[in-house]
Design a binder for this molecule. Structure first.
Ligand SMILES: N[C@@H](CCC(=O)N[C@@H](CS)C(=O)NCC(=O)O)C(=O)O
Length: 288
């Protein structure tokens, strides 16, 4: 699967690139953003570790790259940043553009099991099984060293994919993640549509339920979550206290920082992304 370069922008000595490729997992062309730090572009350079950032509802592969201001720190740390899209595009599933919180830009980072979504809405396969290999074939990325971070729906994606694929990601951190999707309207709507009405199928995609079921501590070095206290979705959709309780119950160290005066948007993300990348870099560079 050849990557087609759509754009490349010099940024802090590295390059912010956008690619398109024919995704076998999705069955459609998919776009992805990749920031290559200067360390990856030097002649004879060794491949660099990468942090996958999963974005939230209504976002695309461009949103984090444009709005988070993460490239300066990634350049400093020698980290690549990979920003997948948030759903298939152009699949033509009836109703996929009817709502902003389901369908287009709302793939919820899982493989749908229900018709008509199951054919193309396969974001888990795309991110975990397809993208690392496709990117590593053509770019200087060391995909044995991957970290996972995400925001809101992408925070749900980061926490669940990290827990569903032990050993795949060296670190997981999240900003304002949907922590208990089975118990909130965004998650109930997405899981009903993608996974069907049987709630027993939902727990395998619910970060708090997954954490509560762990037999051993999955991330002994801890998990970092930041949450704004003026986030209008906090009580109704995000519910970090449910994940906090699940971590406490199994002894998973969790650094959950609550920030007065901060909302759900990218000004909040800008404020804390440096700490997330430094956290990720520590995990990715230990044992390297
Ligand atoms: N459209 C929603 C908001 C959607 C939203 O806040 N999306 C978040 C992720 S859940 C986001 O990052 N949006 C893109 C942005 O802020 O640039 C509303 O009207 O309340």
């Amino acid at each position: 699967m050849a990557l087609e370069l759509l754009a490349s922008h010099g940024c802090f000595g590295g390059q912010q690139r956008f690619y398109r490729f024919d995704s076998g997992a999705i069955g459609r062309p998919m776009r992805v953003g990749v920031y290559l730090p200067p360390q990856a572009l030097a002649p004879g350079a060794a491949p660099v570790p990468a942090v996958f950032f999963l974005a939230g509802l209504t976002c695309s592969e461009e949103t984090f790259a444009i709005k988070a201001g993460a490239q300066r720190v990634a350049a400093d740390l020698g980290l690549a940043l990979v920003t997948p899209d948030t759903s298939p595009r152009g699949a033509g599933v009836p109703g996929e553009d009817a709502d902003w919180d389901f369908g287009l830009a709302a793939g919820f980072y899982l493989n749908a099991t229900q018709a008509p979504w199951a054919t193309h809405y396969r974001m888990e396969d795309h991110i975990v099984h397809e993208l690392p290999g496709v990117l590593a074939q053509q770019l200087p990325l060391d995909v044995a060293r991957l970290g996972l971070c995400g925001h809101s729906m992408g925070g749900h994606g980061a926490l669940t994919l990290a827990l569903r694929h032990p050993g795949r990601f060296a670190a997981v951190t999240a900003l304002a993640p949907i922590c208990a999707p089975s118990q909130v309207p965004w998650g109930e709507k997405a899981f009903s549509g993608y996974l069907g009405p049987d709630r027993s199928a939902w727990t395998a995609h619910d970060a708090s339920a997954l954490m509560a079921a762990q037999e051993r501590v999955p991330y002994p070095d801890g998990i970092l979550i930041d949450q704004g206290l003026d986030d209008k979705f906090l009580a109704s959709q995000l519910r970090p206290e449910v994940f906090e309780a699940a971590c406490a119950a199994i002894g998973q160290p969790l650094t959950l920082r609550r920030h007065a005066g901060q909302d759900h948007g990218y000004f909040f993300i800008q404020s804390h992304i440096e700490d997330h990348l430094r956290w990720q870099a520590r995990a990715l560079n230990s044992g390297a």
